[in-house]
Write a protein that binds this ligand. Structure first.
Ligand code: XMP
Length: 326
């Protein structure tokens, strides 16, 4: 019968059989799938696994630390962190077009990851067993989607930063291939992963890069990161995390409006709250959040985030609006 304990034990045996004494690499994205896949493989083969986390500088507040500290503490995994935020920001300088941003972020991500991969392969070559495996957090719905039919047309180029192009150099280890998302979360829980990772809501691979309407700069990222953290904190405090699918916070960086604070006139940016309810992100409805929660988020953001003087609510369903603004 299906129990998470059985799934974990069965997968550990299969991974050991597949990898033997050789070595494996796994890219961590901060998301639940790659985290659970890595934790399973770590259980099976320990230090024969090395994880790579590319910090593109576009994560939300605390997310990189969650991977670097909490995930490592919970699993004992060997982790190589590459701080590439400068490189990503340089590549994004002057770019406002959403698809252009996605292309740049995807391209840079693959370059940085491949370089880290090559370094790990080279280091292992000196000391012992070869690196022959790449771990991926492919789920059952991904398998079905790529195997059959055309699926639903993608409006946006959704390269998931966690999902890299198949590399012929490596064989794939995909321990989640038979699982649905809720089962993956149960396995993650069984493996003792941090709650914030196991129950993380969807977050796009290109991160906050596609939640700044306009050019992405360090200053703008800092503003958005603060505003987003406040919204998430208040939604969590109100117990609404499981009710909403996700709530993007979007910075309208090229828009300014007049406000008043204390005795002074302000001229700042608006942020948009985009809380949605959904089953699969293909369609969505805007979430009817309680007014007092919206009020707390608005008050806190305008008080605490310098240069943000207006909070607006997106009341568009999908279609016609997409969930993200870009
Ligand atoms: P949209 O905006 O198309 O989003 O309604 C649907 C779901 O996909 C997420 N999303 C992305 N995920 N890379 C990703 O990995 C992307 O480029 C990307 N764009 C949107 C979005 O957060 C929502 O859950």
């Amino acid at each position: 019968s299906w129990t998470t304990t059985n799934v974990v034990e069965e997968q550990i045996a299969l991974i050991r059989e597949q990898v033997g004494t050789r070595r494996a690499i796994c890219g961590l994205s901060g998301g639940v799938d790659s985290a659970v896949a890595a934790a399973l493989v770590q259980r099976a083969i320990g230090d024969q696994l090395t994880c790579v986390y590319v910090d593109h500088g576009l994560m939300r507040k605390g997310e990189t630390e969650q991977v670097e500290k909490d995930f490592v503490a919970a699993t004992g995994v060997q982790l190589k962190v590459v701080d590439a935020s400068e490189r990503f920001l340089d590549a994004l300088a002057g770019v406002s077009d959403p698809e252009e941003k996605r292309k740049i972020i995807g391209r840079e991500f693959i370059r940085v990851f491949e370089q880290a991969q090559a370094e790990i392969v080279a280091e292992a070559g000196v000391t012992g067993e070869p690196v022959e495996f790449l771990v991926q957090g492919t789920l059952y719905p991904d398998v079905v989607e790529s195997g059959g039919g055309t699926g639903t047309a993608n409006i946006k180029s959704h390269h998931n930063v966690g999902g890299l192009p198949e590399d012929l150099q490596f064989q794939l280890v995909e321990p989640l291939r038979k699982l649905f998302k809720d089962e993956v979360r149960m396995v993650g829980q069984e493996l003792g992963l941090p709650e914030e990772i196991v129950h993380r809501q969807p977050f796009p691979g290109p991160g906050l890069g596609i939640r700044i309407v306009g050019e992405v700069t360090r200053e703008r990222l800092d503003l958005l990161r603060e505003a987003d953290a406040i919204a998430r904190e208040e939604l969590t405090a109100a117990g609404l995390d499981r009710e909403i699918w996700q709530c993007p916070v979007v910075l309208l960086a090229d828009v300014r409006s007049v406000g008043v604070q204390g005795d002074g006139r302000t001229y700042g940016h608006p942020v948009v709250l985009r809380p949605v309810s959904s089953e699969d992100a293909m369609t969505a409805d805007w979430s009817r959040l309680p007014y007092d929660v919206l009020a707390r988020i608005s008050t806190r953001i305008t008080n605490e985030v310098k240069d943000v003087n207006r909070v607006v609510l997106d009341v568009t369903s999908k279609p016609p609006g997409t969930i993200e603004w870009e």
